[in-house]
Design a binder for this molecule. Sequence first.
Ligand code: ADP
Ligand code: MG
Length: 643
Amino acid sequence: MPPRLTVIGKHSELTAGDVRRLVHLVVGDQSRGDSRAGATVDVRVLQGGYSGLLVALVYAPRSGLFILKGGPTGEIRLEHENRAAFLGSADEWLVNNQLDDIYGPVDVEIRDQSESWSAMAYRYIGSRTYRELADYSEFGGFLQSFVRTPPAEGTPPERTVRACLYKVASLLVRNADLQNEEEGRALVDYLPDVDWERDINASLTTAAALWSDIEDLRDFRAWYTEAAAAVRVAPVADRRLIHGDAHLANILVNSVRAEVDLIDFGKGRQAHVFEDLARFEVDLVLHTTPRHAHSGTLVQDELLETVNLVGDDDFALRDSPDEPRHRHCLRMWRQELCAVLRGTSLPGAAMMYRWFLLSECLKRIRWVTTNGPVAAGVDMLSLLRMITALRRMLDGHRYAPETVISTTAEALTLLRCTAAYVPMHGHELLTNEKRNRVKETALRASAARGASVRITAETGYSYLSTRGVFNSRIVRLLGAGASLQMVICNPYFLEAYGISASYDPDGRRLGAVVPDRLELHADLARKFEASLRGYEILREEYKSLVEVRFARFGIGATVLLTEKAFFFEPYFHASRNRRERVLFDTFELQFEPGGLHMKRLLEETFSFHWNNADAITDVSQLEERCRRARTTVFDAWQETGSS
Ligand SMILES: Nc1ncnc2c1ncn2[C@@H]1O[C@H](COP(=O)(O)OP(=O)(O)O)[C@@H](O)[C@H]1O
Ligand SMILES: [Mg+2]
């Protein structure tokens, strides 16, 4: 009687019944002669890679835990053969537990079609007890915990990492040396095929248009084909059964015992060992290079610095002091690799290896397009940067930091822009409230620390008027003994009339100062009035703690500078009527004061206005002087004829 099965988890395409049948093929066979009634087999379907095969963790009473892999009969047969050939012997544990065969075939239903599938088993490499849980991982997670800063509990020591890298190299290289090329075969005979037609060429062409500043993306295919063909004689020959998919998820590690195992031999084939090594190395770089905390994208400078290193002509990358851990990791890998692979110092070997790294990166373009940046472990831009850096190296150049160009995301990171408030149509109110809350928080923090605040604004209404949204915050700020310096637009001079004209009073003259109506728009005039009254009240109470000045030159943006955050909202001469209606029709950016670039720009802008401003002491005298000057200007405009 076959044992009872419990199955947890699903395969995306197989029916539960088919999963059961595949498991029965293996355990039914295995438990022949041991069919104790009541024995149960537990099956947990695992998330496989991208092969679509069935991968399941199986617990059978007689053998214990093992991994079952099911797939199209031809593929499983190949994987089974490749494993035996690659490892040079059958797995002893599998033999002892009578799990070393190919089981099947059976017919299964895939997308309404019948396919013949078989199954094979792998020795389970993983924890058997809760205590061991943290000891095992895929190689990517292992390396990531090594480069993590600061090191935490569970960070493997350097010697363990080195030992494991040595084992990976030994497993992939398997005692076979590289040969000095004798038959005169060309580089392209060894390079893996690049499937240009499927996605890759299209992606490169699109990228070249999108990032027109990355010159090396242009005519990439033509360059690649020509430059590779130009290497008439490949510097180092090799041909062997390679693993075929030596990326980090197919390498399992026990970090306590420094044991390393390869799995997933389905892609094995005859090729140059550089193919396996390049896949492993590109994955190593992608897993260890630091990433931006929020976006998860790779830090470009770090990535390019590392790529610069892989292009070193010294294949063995000798140690360099004071290097970050991720680059040290790459050096250790190369050093251990050179210890097991003879021939890496042959002339041209490093150059040839670079070609393999490049073709590996090209392949990954398709992974990113089909599976997305998270699953592929790299975002498209970083990948393209690697590709172009490798191209430059193969052209005999080095990566130069000044060629690094920022994209939007990077630029915002560089500017330390932490938020952008952009109102969506119909949701202006919400966005407005959101940014107001953040500003209130910043003002509250300043009050708590008695830190001064500086502002440039058009009318200052929100801060100074007793009805302004931030007025109570300002009162508390001053009450806490912190100071406020503010520059606003002079309501009696030209700039105010420019703003007024944007109100579009008659619906026809938007943007033009109407010389025959030299009054400020009523809404604007009311705002100025309320601000000035509010200032008077504050001034009475808090004296010199608060000071407001009138700008002499046009203020281009609201700038709010607090200790914890900077805010920047540019002004537009777009319709003010709409603005009054929806409250918020522009956008506002928020910055961390830690970023020097933006801090300098905004602080200098504030100082400029502060130093080019009129004190608001004798307002009626100022108003009179401005009126005279204003009239002269308007007269002059009328003489030149208004457009
Ligand atoms: N022998 C094993 N021991 C432990 N986990 C394994 C074993 N084989 C596979 N796995 C897990 O299942 C995943 C998928 O298996 P794999 O053979 O790589 O299938 P695929 O061909 O779909 O990539 C692996 O990445 C690993 O997490
Ligand atoms: Mg796999």
